[in-house]
Design a protein around this ligand. Structure first.
Ligand code: ATP
Length: 304
């Protein structure tokens, strides 16, 4: 998944922030100009606010110099407001799919559509406005915590920032900081814990209010307690938006309306957590494996 932003390599983590920043969208466009495969059509269409339907139509994608497609004939639809989890073993194609959803690459064949529009026909600024990517490694700028929440929305009032922080369960800890919302977070947000950084970026994304959210391995960088703490905010963020959750963690996938199981670039199964367990396929194997891992981790902790 770290490969997600490969086209913008050299810019490091700054790109993480820019992807979710509506106001910085023009900067993203500049950056994308450096990626020759992503070109906005001269007559690209505007899409102010999408309803949020995401549809993949027989999408195949192959990295240059690779003979095997990373995604092979993948089709699915996520309806507005639906939470769809994408799970699968390493190398299955999950991060490639996330890149396609944000139009950081284009399919070799097939189409990715937002509200029926092929992403290639839309203005890039409108894709960024409508599809927010929230990454595992929350990146913050060395400015105040309030500015970190609000800078994607130039016209946000302080009350809006506080409201978003509250929904992300960040308001309490922010108020306890020496200067409240004016407290600086330090380089890369180092004055905050991983869970607090994650909640600040969730607040930012809530404020940005995109109809489509792509969550890349939310919580991977967090311990169990911090992960538990961000579940409520993540749920609030997902409410009323089309949410694609990419996760190794099947506990997170379990909360989705529908789970798609990817393997070697293909969707091999889909359904609810219970129906996938019953069908005893790859999902059931992954679940079994994860239960063992959790039990082992608990044993190690108890033995300490
Ligand atoms: P993980 O969970 O380990 O991050 P993933 O499910 O996200 O894996 P992808 O990263 O999408 O899988 O990779 C899908 C396939 O594409 C893999 O075979 C991988 O080796 C290949 N791949 C990914 N990125 C590149 C790249 N930049 N160049 C060439 N091949 C790539």
């Amino acid at each position: 998944l770290r490969e997600l932003f490969a086209p913008l390599s050299g810019l490091g983590k700054l790109t993480t922030t820019l992807f979710t920043a509506g106001a910085a969208a023009e900067r993203v466009l500049e950056l994308l100009d450096q990626e020759p495969s992503i070109v906005e059509k001269p007559d690209a269409r505007s899409l102010q606010r999408a309803n949020g339907q995401i549809r993949l139509e027989r999408v195949t994608f192959r990295y240059p110099d690779s003979d095997r497609p990373a995604l092979d004939d993948v089709s699915f639809t996520a309806e507005p407001g639906e939470i769809v989890a994408l799970v699968g073993p390493s190398g299955a194609g999950k991060s490639t799919l996330a890149r396609l959803l944000g139009r950081f690459c284009d399919p070799e064949s097939g189409a990715v559509r937002l509200d029926g529009h092929d992403l290639r026909d839309l203005k890039l600024v409108d894709i960024r406005r409508n599809v927010a990517l929230l990454l595992q490694d929350a990146y913050l700028l060395d400015i105040s915590v309030g500015e970190n929440i609000g800078y994607a929305m130039a016209d946000a009032e302080h009350g809006d920032v506080v409201g978003a922080a509250d929904a992300a369960d960040a308001d309490d800890f922010i108020r306890c900081m020496p200067n409240g919302y004016d407290s600086r977070v330090g380089h890369s947000g180092r004055m905050l814990s991983g869970g607090q950084r994650q909640r600040v970026t969730i607040a930012r994304t809530i404020l940005q209010d995109s109809p489509v959210i792509v969550l890349d391995e939310p919580g991977t960088a967090l311990d169990a307690a911090s992960l538990h703490r961000v579940m409520g905010p993540l749920r609030r963020l997902a409410t009323g938006r089309t949410t694609i959750v990419i996760s190794h963690n099947l506990m997170l996938a379990r909360a989705a309306d529908r789970i798609l199981v990817l393997d070697e670039g293909r969707i091999v199964d889909s359904g609810s957590h219970d129906s996938l367990l019953e069908s005893s396929g790859l999902y059931a194997q992954l679940w079994e494996l994860q239960q063992h891992e959790t039990a082992e981790a608990d044993l190690v902790r108890t033995a300490r």
